[in-house]
Design a protein around this ligand. Structure first.
Ligand code: FMN
Length: 323
């Protein structure tokens, strides 16, 4: 399938694996890229720019296909060494960057000069238009369903994607709730040029996370996610567990007085324990409602080939129906 997104990133299928903290290691990105999608290494999971450079080199050893790096701009006081990460990406010869979080204007000139294509992840049409106006090459439009940070507008993809299509001139992919060939064809129908998936890619053979994480996603239904940190205007969709229910109790009890320090135990530094050690109740971890559509643990190639085959079946069915 050829779209503006496959052309922009030099990939076979219009499917991107979104950056995921403690999931987007070289093994994950290489598996997705080898299957014809765009794999993404999560920049900030690597503690320093040197470690990111090393991760990029490891990924290059595992694939000769294009892959990207996610650079998330966090609302934090102690900012990571972003210039160092940008250098590691450019010097590592990476040609695709997924930015997320705050406005990436500061880093765009460096990427532009190095010929790196930037796809910015946005949760609203207004942020997507902003990304377009500052020169991003494309955007990933992340609906309310998504795992991770859906923003504060709560607009699901059936509204958000056509709205984005009506307003944007640059190509975009859908993100949030995407799992299969139906998701891909629906995304294309609503004006996107491809789709981004997070949660779906965690439940694959190659995802370098503990088997407990994959099992939890397969076992979960669409009812098993919760929104946390809304009082801090840093809403995150996570899989429910004991820690999350405790966190929500605190939010209820403290109301507007809630501070980050009150919930630090449930959210800070928990990813390595969950993703690497499989301690599923250690804290809050991002997971999309799409868990309800995930019932197996295929290889990335089986997953992507299956999506493309299903998309083709749908195309033929549509042709028959509309004939
Ligand atoms: C476990 C997990 C960790 C994530 N970490 C990040 C991250 O560090 N930076 C980022 O931009 N997005 C992150 N995301 C969001 C994904 O890149 C993607 O936008 C989202 O998962 C799409 O929704 P879906 O899970 O319904 O496919 C994360 C998602 C998950 C599930």
């Amino acid at each position: 399938m050829k779209t503006a997104i496959t052309e922009m990133f030099g990939i076979e299928h219009p499917i991107i694996q979104g950056g995921m903290h403690y999931v987007g290691f070289a093994e994950m990105a290489a598996a997705v890229s080898n299957a014809g999608g765009l794999g993404i290494i999560t920049g900030l999971t690597q503690k320093t720019p040197e470690l990111l450079a090393n991760e990029i080199a490891r990924c290059r050893d595992m694939t000769d296909k294009p892959f990207g790096v996610n650079l998330t701009f966090l609302p934090t006081v102690n900012a990571p060494d972003y210039p160092g990460y940008v250098r590691a990406i450019i010097e590592g010869g990476v040609k695709a960057v997924e930015t997320a979080g705050n406005n990436p204007a500061q880093v765009l000139p460096f990427f532009k000069e190095a010929g790196v294509k930037v796809i910015h992840k946005c949760t609203s049409v207004r942020h997507a238009l902003k990304a377009q106006s500052i020169g991003c090459d494309s955007v990933s439009v992340d609906g309310f369903e998504c795992g991770g940070h859906p923003g504060e507008d709560d607009i699901p993809n059936f509204i958000l994607l056509p709205r984005a299509a009506d307003e944007l001139e640059i190509p975009f992919v859908s993100s949030g709730g995407m799992a299969d060939g139906r998701s891909l064809m629906a995304s294309l129908a609503m004006g996107a040029d491809g789709m981004n998936m997070g949660t779906r890619f965690i439940a694959t053979k190659e995802a370098p996370v503990h088997e407990n994480v994959k099992a939890a996603i397969v076992a979960a239904s669409e009812l098993d996610t919760r929104l946390v940190m809304r009082p801090l205007r840093n809403t995150e969709r996570v899989m429910t567990n004991d820690a999350v229910e405790r966190l929500l109790e605190k939010e209820k009890a403290l109301g507007d007085d809630l501070k980050f320090e009150d919930i630090i135990e449930e959210v800070a530094g928990v990813y390595p324990r969950i993703m690497m050690e499989g301690e599923m109740d250690a804290g809050a971890w991002s997971c999309g409602m799409v868990a309800g559509l995930i019932n197996d643990i295929p290889t990335c190639k089986e997953l992507i080939d299956g999506i493309m085959a299903e998309a083709e079946e749908i195309r033929q069915r549509m042709n028959r129906v509309s004939a």
